[in-house]
Design a protein around this ligand. Structure first.
Ligand code: DX5
Ligand code: ZN
Length: 216
């Protein structure tokens, strides 16, 4: 069954307590935190304090998506603040294995995120070290963008690579995911969805989560 990780960036920051309650009651699996530095991407979001405050208020796992340059500087801080899975961007580092090992050293799950223009093949030598690959289906930076259709092909390619390596790495899709494409994404091989706008605009979150999870 597919897992759902709503991006809190699309939530109401004036009512974070209410948003956390909504998330918990809806049956989602984790909360996705989009950390943006205004350098690697055009947008600036939030940091450690935001993450640790929310983590203290929920039992949901925190998936932390770093869209920052030199992510190695902040691994310890984000894990101390409550990250359960830490994602860094493939494009932001030279020595991927070094960062992977550093994250694992703290007993945190590790993921690499790849941009729409980064080929799946870039992961051929490291995919088996990862708990999850975060495949960007929009250019990183903002919620509410349109899903890039070539992502279906990339999901299938990534699935083939994972099967060829005989590893258990999961495929997470981030950007423009919602009711209009979840079926094709599951069919292509997605294991986890990050959902921002489409989740938070719903009135009945429980129903929304059930519809997506009941497919297949
Ligand atoms: C984009 C972020 C996504 C985004 C998802 O840079 O990584 O997590 O917030 O939001 P939607 O689902 O609205 O595209
Ligand atoms: Zn994200």
């Amino acid at each position: 069954m597919v897992k759902i990780s709503p991006s809190i960036l699309a939530g109401d920051f004036l009512n974070l307590k209410g948003e956390i309650e909504r998330l918990e009651k809806s049956g989602v699996d984790s909360i996705h935190f989009d950390i943006m530095d205004g350098v690697y991407v055009a947008n600036i979001t939030f940091g450690f304090k935001f993450l640790s405050s929310i983590k203290k208020a929920t039992s949901l796992a925190a998936d932390v998506h770093l869209m920052i340059i030199k992510p190695g500087r902040y691994i310890k801080d984000f894990i101390n603040a409550g990250a359960d899975t830490l994602f860094f961007h493939y494009e932001t580092v030279k020595s991927h294995k070094k960062i992977i090992d550093k994250i694992k050293k703290y007993k945190c799950k590790v993921g690499i995120s790849i941009n729409p223009s980064t080929p799946v093949n870039a992961l051929k030598n490291i995919v088996s070290y990862l708990d999850v690959v975060l495949l960007m289906s929009v250019e990183p930076g903002f919620c509410g963008q349109e899903f890039i259709k070539s992502s279906y092909r990339k999901i299938r390619e990534l699935k083939r690579l994972i099967l060829a390596r005989n590893c258990k790495t999961l495929i997470e899709v981030d950007g423009g995911v919602g009711l209009n494409n979840y079926k094709q994404l599951i069919d292509a091989g997605a294991d986890i969805f990050v959902i921002g706008n489409d989740f938070f605009k719903q009135d009945n979150h429980r129903k929304y989560v059930n519809i997506i999870k009941e497919y297949k």
